[in-house]
Design a protein around this ligand. Structure first.
Ligand SMILES: Cc1cc2nc3c(=O)[nH]c(=O)nc-3n(C[C@H](O)[C@H](O)[C@H](O)COP(=O)(O)O)c2cc1C
Length: 164
């Protein structure tokens, strides 16, 4: 029997907004047929990264970039450098303001994934956030749809890459 495609969702959230987005991403990835593991960044281990076919990172926007907790996790992933190549990646964030740096936050997380040689999923939809899913404060219905769609696409692409 073929092993199921694994998608890992790692998030940091202080006041719950990014956590709600993470749950919607995880839901979408399950709908896309993946076996999903969702972890708070404080609880995620390097083995979670190496064992996944798709990795979705989520952090709140702090001073126009990702929170220090998520940056620390990405920095720590240097120890598995070379072992995340060709995995599918994507990012999501919640910011306080629509122009408070949510896109720079997404791009910072994506940079880390690109440096690992991962393949990044964006979003061509008007409503989704082109560089990944975005919510301003608590995710509204359209942000949650964007999260679910992002999770579903990561699962679908991870499945096709894992079986290629
Ligand atoms: C230390 C700190 C810095 C922040 N900096 C920004 C910022 O630069 N731009 C912005 O739009 N929101 C900023 N915010 C607001 C958070 O991004 C926002 O409240 C977000 O929804 C929090 O997500 P969470 O509920 O997952 O913790 C900041 C919040 C904190 C605590």
């Amino acid at each position: 029997m073929n092993e199921m495609t694994k998608v890992l969702v790692v998030y940091h959230s202080r006041s719950g907004n990014t956590a709600r987005m993470a749950a919607a991403v995880a839901e979408g990835a399950k709908e896309g047929g993946a076996d999903v593991v969702m972890k708070k960044v404080e609880e995620a281990a390097l083995e979670d990264l190496t064992g996944a076919d798709g990795i979705v990172l989520g952090a709140p926007t702090y001073f126009g970039t990702l929170s220090a907790e998520m940056k620390g996790f990405i920095d720590g992933s240097v120890r598995v450098r070379g072992r995340l190549e060709d995995k599918i990646g994507a990012a999501f964030t919640s910011s306080g303001s629509p122009t408070g740096g949510n896109e720079t936050t997404l791009l910072s997380m994506i940079q880390g994934m690109l440096i690992h040689g991962m393949v990044i999923v964006g979003d061509p939809l008007e409503t989704g956030g082109h560089y990944g899913a975005v919510a301003v404060g608590a995710p509204d219905a359209s942000a949650l749809i964007a999260c679910r769609k992002l999770g579903e696409r990561v699962a679908r692409l991870a499945k096709s890459i894992a079986s290629a």
